[in-house]
Design a protein around this ligand. Structure first.
Ligand SMILES: *Cc1c(COP(=O)(O)O)cnc(C)c1O
Length: 426
């Protein structure tokens, strides 16, 4: 069946058992796969035949779940990774090498910011960070002859800035490079970045996709639209023979639809081994089955909590893109018409200390370094996830010292609101 609604894809896609096969996705807990002849195996190693040989590269359970995520995003190929960090690292490193440059939006997840500005910098990959609402001149000035990609998050964690995907995609394409979008917070239920011109989508599946705090994981999806061969000199890794893989030229052998993911699997997964375990992929698939149902509730709860916070005297500001008062309200309506996510950021009157005492008074909402969970959770980034960043870097990332990041779970909104009310002393 073609053109199924996204809620149906969540439940049914990926694994389609044949007659007499298990109804639930089988967990193929095997490192390796058996073949009758050496020639059978050689064809696999040459990427001439399809099949499995070693779970560091590919595993049937993981592939089934990747296929579901691929369909949810409307892509042509996808892979799972061990974490969201691995997904973003692979997505960028698959096309940017030592001596290259990447333009990134500054309001991104703290872990990704570190990956780019510290670790990948040590690999001699240079990043220029631009504000999500930078001027056209600033955006244009960020590009260099060696720029290989543009990176941003649909809804930034924790700044909750909404990416103007079309604008950043147009800028990237004008310079002959792809736009990579981390779609973790929106999920394909609330936004499908490919529909607005993004080329590669990444996910921390640890968040809403798993949704129950069960398994760390990541995913990369390719739209199959970026024409690597049209910019041959920029992307030699995809457009010239890979000596470490029998001289294969990925863009020629696998086309626009498959080159990016095949290279990331054959080269990066082979060498770095950031594989998702089949067991984790199984948990992820359980989460995906209810993703549409859960995102509706997370988003409804987010809006109710945000509206409540707006009326609190001990709250200095509230950031939630769906609020009419949000600076990104227009972008939210365009890219996330059904709502953004369940995460609300706000400032507690009294700054850093008041924010910390608010956290101590919470009863229902739990303090964890996690978001997008079935249970409402709460974090003070300046003293935890973002503590390595300077005040200037914090500001650029949109994270103020009094910022509380509240991730609304699936509980009844009235109970969440009551807990916040008592902790704020309203
Ligand atoms: C959590 C997160 C990541 C990192 O994912 P892990 O699964 O924790 O490695 C990357 N991007 C965003 C937007 C995130 O929220």
């Amino acid at each position: 069946m073609k053109n199924q609604k996204i809620g149906t894809v969540c439940v049914q896609s990926g694994y389609r058992p044949k007659n007499g096969e298990p109804r639930q996705v089988p967990i193929v807990q095997s490192t390796t796969f058996k073949y009758d002849t050496g020639d059978d195996m050689a064809a696999l190693f040459n990427l001439e035949a399809e099949g499995y040989f070693y779970s560091r590269l590919q595993n049937p359970t993981c592939d089934t779940v990747a296929a579901k995520i691929c369909e949810l995003e409307g892509g042509t190929a996808a892979m799972l990774t061990s974490s969201g960090q691995a997904a973003n690292f692979f997505a960028v490193f698959n096309i940017a090498n030592s001596g290259d440059h990447v333009v990134s939006v500054s309001s991104i997840y703290g872990g990704t910011f570190n990956l780019f500005s510290v670790t990948m910098k040590k690999m001699n990959i240079d990043f220029t960070f631009v504000a999500p609402d930078c001027s056209d001149e600033e955006l244009e000035a960020a590009f260099k002859p060696n720029t290989k990609a543009v990176f941003g998050e649909t809804v930034a964690n924790p700044a909750l800035r909404v990416l103007d995907i079309e604008r950043f995609a147009n800028a990237a394409h004008a310079h002959g490079v792809p736009l990579i979008v981390d779609n973790t917070f929106a999920t394909p239920i609330n936004c499908r970045p490919f529909e607005f011109g993004a080329d590669i989508v990444t996910h921390s599946t640890t968040k809403y996709m798993d949704g129950h705090g069960s398994a760390i994981g990541g995913a990369i999806v390719d739209s199959g639209r970026f024409d690597w061969l049209a910019h041959k000199e920029k992307f030699p890794g995809l457009t010239t023979p890979d000596d470490s893989y029998h001289g294969i030229t990925y863009a020629e052998k696998f086309g626009k639809e498959g080159a990016f993911i095949t290279k990331a699997t054959a080269q990066l997964m082979r060498d770095f081994g950031c594989t998702q375990s089949p067991q984790s992929a199984f948990y992820l698939n359980l989460g995906l089955e209810s993703l549409e149902v859960r995102m509706k509730r997370h988003t409804e709860n987010g809006l109710r909590v945000a509206k409540f916070l707006e009326g609190c005297k001990n709250v200095t500001w509230v950031e939630y893109p769906d609020l009419e008062t949000s600076r990104d309200y227009k972008l939210c309506k365009k890219y996330l018409p059904n709502g953004s996510c369940g995460v609300v950021s706000f400032g507690v009157k009294g700054g850093r200390d008041a924010a910390e005492s608010f956290m101590r008074r919470l009863k229902l909402c739990s303090i964890v370094t996690h978001v997008a969970d079935a249970r409402t959770c709460c974090l003070h980034p300046a003293s935890t996830t973002h503590r390595q960043m300077s005040d200037a870097e914090l500001e650029a990332a949109g994270v103020l010292p009094d910022l509380i990041r509240l991730s609304c779970g699936l509980e009844n909104a009235e109970d969440i609101i009551e807990d916040i009310r008592q902790a704020l002393g309203e």
